[in-house]
Design a protein around this ligand. Structure first.
Ligand code: MIG
Length: 789
């Protein structure tokens, strides 16, 4: 298609290459991130994912060889061949990624699928005519991770997917090619080599990860530009950092958003929420937020309240807040078509809605009946939508839950020819579909930020690459199936690798009726995911922690309380994530990519680097096979030390989720609270697993942007261990936030202690079971713990 290389010109960080038939550009973003571009539709990137990209200029060399052009950046060597085939090598000239130079050879499909279609089987629609297609050689055991919220297992090798935001309420299974989100990014791992590819194209895109042929994998699109980034890294963490360098990091949220959240479709009227509030407290279930689904609205009209169900929402929400409950309300994009409804009238007057090909306002059916679709690809419409957030914020709403923004309708996806502004360029639904939710989230974020000056809390169902800058995500309409509890682990892990650091699933399952055993096990996973929300569908059975029996309630309480204990650890992870791009919930392969035993682990995950969770995800099972990677791990419940790089069997009665802490960990804990912020925490507990390790704890006002101006404190703990003692050096490298701790409560998970000194003075300690408790004033110093010899 491109033809032979004719000439090339270096233009700053870009290398412009003239081929016989087209131009190609190699752009050096950093020495490890390379963009491959050819203008098939637009001369520029016109990216919705990447905003304010900072190019890190580096010296790079170009060499012309007989067969190829060679570019070297210091980290990477890139060889460009005729037909714009590109191969990437590391600096030692080891091949990382090569374009496949032959034609695709799909496997044979025998028989007539039309015949099986008669019985209702799905026809295989096999597409070979892409406008843009990049085919890469497959390397032996190459594995693929990422790709957003796709169903199935962690490793995507051998499957095909499509990026086309899809609301399909039937049970999500492995054959789904797409779900609600489009994150055209994946990470590959072969031996010790890892890299990422981000195909920044928001038309429908296709990813075949070695399904049609074991010799290659490909990504492709019907339209748009050839525009992808090769992201190099020494390890998978670097690749995630590189990807989020381009598309943005998940920002630090308000701390309360990490609390337990209770939802269902729907809690109303007011008295029902009062009842819920009472049940939560009576059953001693900590909770920070209650979600209101579509029924709080007047006839499903967004930005309105049904005054029969809620007679004074402002007063009601403020009373709830007094008691520690925040309210999150759902907002759909579909605006009810009704003259006299101010949102509709304003939108019509200003031409804010998408149109059909003749320029008439496009109408489809959603909850309010006939509805029209705000054109979020128009910055003026986004401004309007931002302003509308004020209506909700003024009523006292604390977060917005953006639903149905694929966009969905009662008649499936919108037709291809629905017209959008597309940032002034004009464009149809084929182009805007995958970024519709993304742009709605951006508008929501900007509005809430402006009106509240707090870190906005937005949960979204649909998104595109880069939506992590604006919103938290949940994985939509799962079912109360064991299979969906199992799937939630690889799904959340892959979302995390795809930049979406703040994610969760409907705990207990959305559709279908949950069982007590399923909820008991689900809360053991949910309490570790960043977004922790129990939600269920209209007319399913009650699914709150107390809706089953005493045992289920006790198990829910145990894990919800564990969650509240871990809040400072999770918050620290999010703070770190703002610079590293790493998620809270991580697959083991992210940190142990040299250990082939972890490549396919779908039923375990890490929380940060220090906590390993191996939940039971099968009905009736009371024992779990746990794989512990290298290092020494401590059973959270028994404090038993176990050497890693092996599998063990762990007894796991219904109330027990196997949890392991890595030796050398320091984990901050909060005291019990009914909700975050209930107590003014003057004493920070540090749960310490003696060994060698470093930990930095972060403290700020937990809600505003003042931390961006440096108003925060850092507490660093440096621990080292030898045969005689464990030393912890406590330092405060940054102290610009006015509130300080008074004390540190040091919990040492070891019994063999003879003496403790802080800054050279003997201090008291107390023995409690298998732990030693030391109370310290919160000052800098050196804590020395002498072992019993
Ligand atoms: O399925 O607003 O995924 O969480 O409860 C109908 C009602 C629309 C879909 C969301 C779900 C929500 C429901 N919505």
């Amino acid at each position: 298609m491109f033809g032979k290389i004719i000439s090339y010109v270096k233009d700053g960080n870009k290398l412009n290459i003239e081929f016989e038939n087209r131009k190609g550009i190699i752009e050096i973003i950093t020495k490890d991130i390379i963009n491959i571009f050819s203008a098939f539709k637009y001369e520029d990137h016109f990216s919705r994912a990447i905003e304010n990209l900072e190019i890190k200029e580096c010296d790079y060399n170009i060499k012309k060889e007989e067969e190829f052009l060679e570019v070297s950046t210091g980290s990477l060597i890139i060889r460009v061949y005729d037909n714009f085939k590109v191969d990437f090598y590391n600096k030692n000239l080891e091949l990382l990624c090569a374009d496949y130079k032959a034609e695709r050879k799909p496997f044979l499909r025998r028989g007539e699928s039309q015949l099986s279609a008669l019985e209702g089987h799905k026809l295989v629609d096999y597409n070979n005519n892409f406008k843009i297609q990049v085919v890469k050689e497959l390397n032996g055991d190459e594995k693929f991770y990422g790709l957003g919220d796709k169903t199935g297992y962690l490793n995507k090798r051998g499957y095909e997917y499509e990026m086309w935001n899809t609301d399909d309420p039937t049970p999500h299974v492995e054959s789904f090619k797409s779900l609600y989100k489009s994150i055209p990014f994946f990470i590959t791992l072969t031996g010790n080599n890892t890299f990422g590819i981000f195909f920044d194209n928001n038309f429908k895109t296709y990813f075949d990860m070695g399904k049609e042929n074991e010799d290659y994998y490909y990504f492709a699109s019907d339209d748009g530009n050839l525009d992808y980034y090769f992201i190099n890294g020494d390890n998978m963490c670097d690749v995630v950092s590189g990807y989020t360098y381009l598309t943005g990091k998940t920002p630090l949220p308000q701390m309360w958003t990490l609390g337990y959240q209770q939802s269902r479709w729907s809690y109303y009227p007011q008295s029902r929420i009062k009842e819920l509030e009472k049940s939560l407290r009576e059953n001693d279930i900590p909770c920070d937020a209650i979600h209101l689904d579509i029924d709080y609205m007047d006839n499903y009209k967004v930005f309105t309240w049904d005054n029969e169900k809620f007679n004074n929402p402002k007063k009601f929400l403020s009373d709830l807040k007094e008691n520690g409950f925040k309210i999150v309300t759902i907002i759909d994009p579909g605006v009810k078509k009704e003259k006299g409804y101010h949102i509709y009238d304003e939108g019509i007057k200003n031409k804010y809605f998408a149109t059909d090909k003749d320029g008439l306002t496009y109408v489809n059916k959603v909850w309010p009946g006939d509805a029209v679709y705000p054109d979020f690809s128009n910055s003026e419409v986004r401004k309007w939508w931002s302003n509308n957030q004020k209506i909700m914020m003024d009523t006292g709403v604390s977060g917005i839950w953006n639903d149905m923004n694929e966009p969905a309708s009662f008649n499936g996806p919108l037709p291809d020819d629905v017209q959008f502004n597309n940032e002034g360029r004009g464009g149809d639904h084929r182009e805007v579909h995958n970024v519709y939710g993304h742009l709605m989230n951006k508008a929501t974020y900007e509005g809430i930020k402006e009106y509240t000056n707090k870190r906005p809390f937005i949960i979204t169902r649909a998104c595109y690459a880069g939506s992590q800058k604006y919103s938290t995500v949940w994985t939509g309409d799962n079912q109360s199936f064991w299979e969906h509890l199992r799937m939630s682990i690889p799904m959340l892990c892959n979302l995390g690798l795809s930049g979406l650091g703040f994610a969760g699933v409907d705990v207990g399952g959305f559709s279908f009726d949950c069982t007590k055993e399923l909820l008991s096990r689900w809360v053991q996973v949910g309490c570790f995911s960043t977004l922790f929300r129990n939600h269920s569908a209209l007319s399913t059975r009650d699914q709150e922690p107390w809706a089953f029996d005493q045992e289920t309630l006790d198990i829910n309480r145990k894990y919800i309380k564990l969650r509240y204990k871990l809040i400072p650890y999770l918050y620290d992870l999010l703070w770190h994530g703002e610079s590293t791009g790493l998620p809270v919930m991580r697959p083991l392969v992210l940190h142990y990519s040299n250990d082939e035993n972890v490549y396919e682990i779908n039923d375990q995950f890490l929380v940060g680097e220090n906590i390993l969770v191996s939940p039971v995800v099968e009905q009736g099972k009371r024992v779990k096979a746990v794989y512990l990677p290298e290092g020494t791990w401590i059973d959270y419940w028994t404090k038993e030390e176990i050497e890693g790089q092996k599998s063990i069997l762990r007894e796991a009665p219904l109330d027990l989720c196997p949890i392991y802490i890595k030796k050398g960990s320091i984990i901050p804990n909060y005291p019990e609270q009914n909700y975050i912020g209930e107590k003014d925490i003057k004493e920070l507990t540090l749960d310490i697993y003696p060994g060698n390790g470093q930990y930095t704890h972060y403290l700020d006002d937990a809600e505003s942007f003042a931390y961006k101006e440096g108003k925060y404190n850092l507490y660093s703990f440096n621990m080292s261990e030898n045969i005689n003692e464990v030393d912890i050096e406590i330092k405060f490298p940054h102290s610009k936030y006015k509130k300080k701790y008074d004390n540190f409560k040091i919990v040492i998970n070891s019994e063999n202690i003879s003496q403790v000194k802080f800054n050279n003075a003997n201090i008291n300690y107390e023995k409690q079971g298998k732990q030693i408790i030391i109370l310290l004033p919160a000052i800098e110093g050196i804590l020395k713990i002498y072992k019993l010899q």
